[in-house]
Design a protein around this ligand. Structure first.
Ligand SMILES: *[C@@H]1O[C@H](CO)[C@@H](O)[C@H](O)[C@H]1NC(C)=O
Ligand SMILES: *[C@@H]1O[C@H](CO)[C@@H](O)[C@H](O)[C@H]1NC(C)=O
Ligand SMILES: *[C@@H]1O[C@H](CO)[C@@H](O)[C@H](O)[C@H]1NC(C)=O
Ligand SMILES: *[C@@H]1O[C@H](CO)[C@@H](O)[C@H](O)[C@H]1NC(C)=O
Ligand SMILES: *[C@@H]1O[C@H](CO)[C@@H](O)[C@H](O)[C@H]1NC(C)=O
Ligand SMILES: *[C@@H]1O[C@H](CO)[C@@H](O)[C@H](O)[C@H]1NC(C)=O
Ligand SMILES: *[C@@H]1O[C@H](CO)[C@@H](O)[C@H](O)[C@H]1NC(C)=O
Ligand SMILES: *[C@@H]1O[C@H](CO)[C@@H](O)[C@H](O)[C@H]1NC(C)=O
Ligand SMILES: *[C@@H]1O[C@H](CO)[C@@H](O)[C@H](O)[C@H]1NC(C)=O
Ligand SMILES: *[C@@H]1O[C@H](CO)[C@@H](O)[C@H](O)[C@H]1NC(C)=O
Ligand SMILES: *[C@@H]1O[C@H](CO)[C@@H](O)[C@H](O)[C@H]1NC(C)=O
Ligand SMILES: *[C@@H]1O[C@H](CO)[C@@H](O)[C@H](O)[C@H]1NC(C)=O
Length: 826
C-alpha cells in the first residue's frame, strides 16, 4: 500500500463555544444546570436543549456577577455565557451542589467564557478542583470562546463542591456548571480513587462545525464536537439507528455513531495524534482513550473491513478488528497508556481487508487521582448547614478541613492516618449567630468542645446536644436562650462528662411539696442527716435519681435568703460540684434537690480517684470542705457536696467573705477563712489524705493534724513513709512528691504563700502526666504516612517506547453478536 500520512494534531484546549445547536426534550434526568452570574432567583428553559437552567444564587455565597462585554455578545454565543460570576476575594471559592446520590458517577462540566467582562483584557489562569482533588488548570487562551472542562468522578457524598482556586494568575470566574448523573457501569475507568478529565470528545463525520451533539441526542448530555478534515477523510454514514447493547459501558449515542470517516486514499491509513497537556503537578499526564466503532454500511458478502489499531507504532489492540453493523462497540484502555509527550494513533487495514479502515468517534481523557477525601461526610454536611443558617462570613468555603491550609476558621479538625478528617471543636464565640441553636450542631459527632458564647442565640437548648458522645465543653453564655437545661444535658453535667459554662439565665425548676412527697416516696429512705436537715433518696419523673435535702423547720435560714441562694445555686453546673436540680419552697417547707451520688463519700473510698482541679464561676466559699463532703459518682469522680452551707460570691467582688459566722468542722477550715481564689486550696489538704490514707486528725497521735504528721515525716526525707501502704508501691514517686508538696504549699498559713488555683492546676497536671507515664506502656506506631497525592508518578523514561503489554485494552462489551440486524432484548 502506498503511504501517505494523515497526521493531525488535535487542538482540544478550547472548544468552539457557544454554538451548540441542539434539538430539545424536557429535563427528566436529574440534571443540574446552573447559569453562573445570572441575576435574580428565576431560571429559564434553554430553547435548544429544553433543559432548565437556574441562577447560581443558592450554590455559592461568594463572588460578584458580571456581564461579558457587549462586543462578545454575539448570537453565536449561548445566552448563559453572557454572564458569569467572578471571585476577586479569597484563595478558594466553591459551588456546593446538594441532593446527589453518594457513590454515583457524575459528569461535571464547567464552562468558562471570559468575554473581557472586567474590561482588563487580561486572560486569567486558575485551578479547578472537585472536592479536594485537583482537576485541571483552567487556562483561558481567548476572550471570545468558552472553555469546557468536563470531569467524570464518583461523588462520595450527597453533595459535591466545585472550587476555583486563585493561583495568582488573575481572578477566577465561571459561566456555567452542569451535573449529569451517570450509571455506575458507564466509564469503567472511573473509580472511587480515579477520575477522568476530558481532553477531547470528537465526532467524526459531520460536515459542519456547528453540528455539535448534546442532549437530547445524547441522553447523558455529553458534548460531541465535530472533527472535520475533508482533504484527508471521506465521510461514510447511515440513516439507520445504531444500537447500544444492554451492557454497553459507554452508550455512545446513535446520532454520533451514524457518521464515520475512512481515509480518502482508500489504500491509506486513518492517522491522528494528540499532545500531552502538561499540568503543573503532572507534566506528562496519563491518558485513556475510548475509540468507538460501528459498521455503517451493509457490506456485500465478498467484502471485508478489518483493521489494526496502532498507538505510537505498537498495536493498541492485539488482534485485528472488524466493526459490527449498526452496533456500537469501543476499544478502550482501562490502565493509562505509557506516558508520552505525543500520541500517534494509526488505524490501518489488514492484508485480508477489502475496505479501508473506519472510525466513528473518539474520547480521550487524562486520568486524575481522586483519593483525597474531604471531611467526614456528616460533619461536612452539618457545617454547610450551619454556614447556610447563620451566614458566617469567614473563609467558610469548600471542604471544612481539607486542605489543611484552607481549613475553615473557628474549627479544629483531627487528621487521622486512616479515615476522613473529623471536626473536634468549634469556637463560634462572638460570631453574630442569630436565631435558634441549629440542630446540625448535634450532628458533629466527633466534637469535643462547642463554644457558642456571646452571640444572639434564642430559643431553647436542644437536648440532642446531649447525644454528642465526646462533647466535654459546651459554652452557651452571652446569648438570649430560654427554658431550662434539658434533662439529657443535665445528666451529662451530673455524671461529669460535660462542662456547661454557668451563668445561663435560665428558669429554675421549682417543685411543689406534693411533688417532693412523690419524689421521695413519702420520705422513705433517709440518706443522711446534718445540721440543717435530712437528706432523702428520690427519683424524678424521668427516673433521674436525686438526693433531696429537706430543711428542718427550725432552721435559721430565712425564706428570702433560701430563695436567693437557690436562684444562684441552680445556675452552677460544674463537673466537680454536685448539681442542684431544683428546689422546693412550699409554705414553710424548704428543700433542695441534688443529683444523686451513688458511691457515697470520699471518706468511704479513701484511695485512688480523680480529682477536681478547676475553679468555678461565680466563685464559692464552701467553708466545710472535708472528705465526708466529697461524694463519688459511679465513675468514682469526686464532687463537692453540701451547698446548703456555701455562699456564692459576687463575681466582681473578690474580697473577703462578709460573714462572721464560722460554720464547719474542726480541722478543715482555712486558717484565714479563705479568699475566693484560694478557696479550693483547702481541698488539697485532702490530697494528703489521699496519699497517706489517713484522716485529717490522727486520733491515735493526740489529734496531730495530718499536715504536721506529713511535715514531720518529710523532714526525715522519706516520702515512702507517708504513702498509703494500700497503693502497694504502684505509683510514680516523683508525682507523689509533687502532690504532697502542692498540698503542703496549699496549707500555708498566709494566703500570699499559697499557690493560686491556676498554679495548682498546672502542677497537678504535671503529676497526672508523670503518673500516666508510669502507668502506660507505649506501643510504637509504625504506620507509614505516605501522601496519596500523586498516585501516578511521572515516568521520566517516556520517550522509550516499551512493550504494549502495559496497555490493558478491552472491548466495550462482550463481542458484538454475529447477527447484523434486529433488535436486542432490553
Ligand atoms: C495512498 O496511500 C498509499 C499507501 O499509504 C500510498 O502509497 C499512495 O501514494 C497514496 N495515494 C495518494 C494519491 O496519496
Ligand atoms: C420543551 O418542553 C416542553 C414541555 O416541557 C414542550 O412543550 C416543548 O415543545 C419542548 N420544546 C422543544 C423545543 O422540544
Ligand atoms: C447583565 O445584563 C442583564 C440584561 O441586560 C441585566 O439585567 C443585568 O443587570 C446585568 N448584570 C450586571 C451584573 O450588570
Ligand atoms: C496558558 O496557556 C498559554 C498559551 O497556551 C501558555 O503559554 C501558558 O504557559 C499557560 N499557562 C499555564 C499556567 O498553563
Ligand atoms: C508520531 O508521529 C510523528 C510524525 O509522523 C513522528 O515525528 C513522531 O516521532 C511520532 N511519535 C511517536 C511517539 O511515535
Ligand atoms: C490478545 O489478548 C488476549 C488477552 O490478553 C488473548 O486472550 C488473545 O489470545 C490475544 N490474541 C492474540 C492474537 O494474540
Ligand atoms: C498495520 O499495522 C500493523 C501493526 O502495527 C503492522 O504490522 C502492519 O505492517 C501495518 N500495515 C500497513 C499496511 O501499514
Ligand atoms: C486473513 O484471513 C484468513 C482466512 O480467513 C485468516 O486465517 C487470517 O488470520 C486473516 N489474517 C488477518 C491478518 O486477519
Ligand atoms: C475563640 O475565638 C475567639 C474569637 O475568634 C478567640 O479570641 C479565642 O482565642 C478563641 N479561643 C480558642 C480557644 O481558640
Ligand atoms: C469561649 O470563648 C470565649 C471567648 O474566647 C472564652 O472566653 C471562653 O472561655 C470560651 N469558653 C470555654 C468553655 O472555653
Ligand atoms: C444582639 O443583637 C443586638 C441587637 O440586634 C445587638 O445590640 C447586640 O450587640 C447583639 N449581641 C451580640 C452578642 O451579638
Ligand atoms: C463588694 O463587697 C463589699 C463588702 O461586702 C461591698 O461593700 C461592695 O459593695 C461590693 N462591691 C460590689 C461591686 O458588689
Amino acid at each position: 500500500m502506498a503511504a501517505r500520512s494523515w497526521l493531525f494534531i488535535l487542538c482540544f484546549a478550547v472548544a468552539a463555544a457557544g454554538i451548540l445547536q441542539i434539538r430539545a426534550q424536557p429535563d427528566l434526568k436529574g440534571f443540574i444546570s446552573i447559569d453562573c452570574g445570572l441575576e435574580g432567583k428565576t431560571g429559564y428553559l434553554d430553547d435548544k436543549t429544553n433543559l432548565s437552567y437556574v441562577p447560581d444564587d443558592g450554590f455559592t455565597d461568594a463572588g460578584t456577577n458580571h456581564n461579558i462585554s457587549v462586543e462578545y455578545m454575539t448570537p453565536l454565543i449561548s445566552k448563559r455565557n453572557y454572564n458569569l460570576r467572578s471571585f476577586p476575594d479569597g484563595e478558594r471559592n466553591c459551588y456546593t451542589i446538594r441532593s446527589l446520590v453518594p457513590g454515583l458517577k457524575y459528569l461535571i462540566r464547567g464552562t468558562f467564557m471570559y468575554g473581557n467582562y472586567d474590561g482588563l483584557n487580561r486572560l486569567p489562569v486558575f485551578d479547578l478542583y472537585i472536592g479536594d482533588n485537583f482537576i485541571t488548570v483552567v487556562n483561558i487562551t481567548r476572550p471570545d470562546g468558552a472553555a469546557l472542562e468536563e470531569t467524570i468522578v464518583v461523588v462520595p457524598d450527597d453533595f459535591v463542591q466545585v472550587c476555583l482556586v486563585n493561583t495568582g494568575g488573575g481572578t477566577p470566574f465561571i459561566s456555567g456548571l452542569d451535573l449529569r448523573p451517570l450509571k455506575n457501569t458507564l466509564y469503567p475507568q472511573v473509580t472511587e480513587t480515579q477520575g477522568l478529565s476530558l481532553f477531547g470528545r470528537r465526532n467524526f463525520g459531520p460536515t459542519s462545525n456547528t453540528e455539535i451533539i448534546r442532549y437530547p441526542d445524547d441522553p447523558h448530555d455529553r458534548v460531541w464536537i465535530p472533527w472535520i478534515n475533508p482533504i484527508d477523510w471521506a465521510v461514510v454514514s447511515t440513516t439507520m439507528t445504531v444500537q447500544n447493547l444492554e451492557n454497553d459501558i459507554f452508550e455512545a449515542p446513535s446520532p454520533v455513531m451514524r457518521t464515520a470517516i475512512t481515509p480518502r486514499n482508500a489504500s491509506g491509513n486513518i492517522e491522528f495524534a494528540w499532545e500531552a497537556y502538561a499540568q503543573p503537578k503532572d507534566p506528562v499526564p496519563g491518558y485513556v482513550a475510548n475509540l468507538h466503532f460501528t459498521e455503517v454500511q451493509l457490506l456485500p458478502s465478498n467484502t471485508v473491513r478489518e483493521f489494526y489499531i496502532n498507538l505510537n507504532g505498537k498495536l493498541l489492540y492485539n488482534e485485528s478488528y472488524r466493526p459490527a453493523y449498526l452496533y456500537a462497540d469501543a476499544i478502550y484502555n482501562s490502565k493509562p497508556f505509557l506516558r508520552y509527550p505525543l500520541y500517534n494513533m494509526s488505524i490501518n487495514a489488514t492484508s485480508n481487508s477489502t475496505l479501508p479502515p473506519i472510525i466513528n468517534t473518539i474520547e480521550v481523557f487524562s486520568i486524575m487521582p481522586t483519593a483525597n477525601v474531604g471531611t467526614n461526610s456528616l460533619d461536612a454536611s452539618a457545617m454547610m448547614a450551619i454556614e447556610a443558617k447563620y451566614h458566617v462570613k469567614k473563609n467558610w468555603m469548600g471542604d471544612p478541613c481539607v486542605p489543611k491550609t484552607l481549613a475553615w476558621d473557628s474549627l479544629t479538625c483531627s487528621y487521622a492516618t486512616s479515615g476522613r478528617p473529623r471536626i473536634t471543636s468549634l469556637n463560634l464565640t462572638s460570631s453574630g449567630l442569630r436565631g435558634d441553636i441549629s440542630s446540625s450542631f448535634a450532628s458533629l459527632t466527633a466534637v469535643q468542645s462547642l463554644n457558642l458564647s456571646n452571640n444572639n442565640l434564642t430559643g431553647s437548648i436542644p437536648d440532642a446536644l446531649a447525644q454528642l458522645p465526646l462533647l466535654t465543653v459546651l459554652d452557651l453564655t452571652g446569648n438570649q436562650l430560654s427554658g431550662s437545661i434539658p434533662s439529657g444535658l443535665l445528666k451529662r453535667i451530673q455524671d461529669g462528662s460535660l462542662d456547661l459554662s454557668s451563668s445561663l439565665q435560665l428558669e429554675n425548676r421549682r417543685f411543689t411539696y406534693r411533688e417532693l412527697e412523690m419524689m421521695t416516696d413519702n420520705f422513705q429512705r433517709e440518706l443522711g442527716r446534718g445540721g440543717f436537715g435530712c437528706v432523702y433518696d428520690g427519683f424524678l419523673e424521668d427516673h433521674t435519681r436525686v438526693a433531696v435535702k429537706l430543711m428542718f423547720k427550725n432552721s435559721k435560714q430565712g425564706e428570702k435568703e433560701f430563695l436567693a441562694e437557690a436562684q444562684i445555686l441552680i445556675r452552677i453546673h460544674h463537673k466537680n460540684l454536685v448539681s442542684m436540680i431544683g428546689y422546693i419552697k412550699d409554705g414553710d417547707n424548704m428543700a433542695l434537690v441534688y443529683e444523686y451520688m451513688s458511691e457515697g463519700t470520699l471518706q468511704e473510698h479513701i484511695a485512688g480517684l480523680e480529682y477536681l482541679h478547676k475553679g468555678c464561676n461565680p466563685p464559692l466559699v464552701h467553708r466545710d470542705v472535708k472528705a465526708t463532703n466529697i461524694l463519688l459518682n459511679a465513675m468514682l469522680e469526686a464532687k463537692i457536696a453540701d451547698f446548703g452551707l456555701s455562699k456564692a460570691f459576687n463575681r466582681n467582688n473578690d474580697t473577703h467573705v462578709s460573714t462572721n459566722t464560722l460554720a464547719g468542722t474542726l480541722g478543715y477550715v482555712d486558717p484565714e477563712f479563705v479568699i475566693p481564689s484560694t478557696l479550693f486550696n483547702l481541698v488539697f489538704q485532702i490530697s494528703l489524705i489521699l496519699v497517706t490514707g489517713k484522716p485529717a486528725l490522727l486520733r491515735d497521735l493526740d489529734n496531730t493534724s495530718i499536715i504536721q504528721w506529713v511535715q514531720q515525716h518529710l523532714a526525715r526525707g522519706n516520702i515512702e513513709d507517708v504513702v498509703d501502704a494500700r497503693m502497694h508501691g504502684d505509683h510514680d514517686i516523683n508525682s507523689v512528691w509533687k502532690v504532697v508538696d502542692i498540698a503542703l504549699k496549699c496549707t500555708m498559713q498566709e494566703s500570699i504563700q499559697r499557690p493560686t488555683i491556676t498554679d495548682v492546676v498546672t502542677m497537678l497536671q504535671e503529676c497526672i502526666e508523670l503518673e500516666n507515664r508510669h502507668q502506660k506502656e507505649y506501643t510504637a506506631n509504625s504506620e507509614n504516612h505516605n501522601s496519596s497525592y500523586n498516585a501516578y508518578g511521572v515516568d521520566q523514561s517516556t520517550n522509550v517506547i516499551q512493550s504494549n503489554d502495559a496497555f490493558e485494552v478491552g472491548h466495550n462489551i462482550a463481542r458484538v453478536p454475529a447477527m447484523t440486524t434486529g433488535p436486542v432484548a432490553r
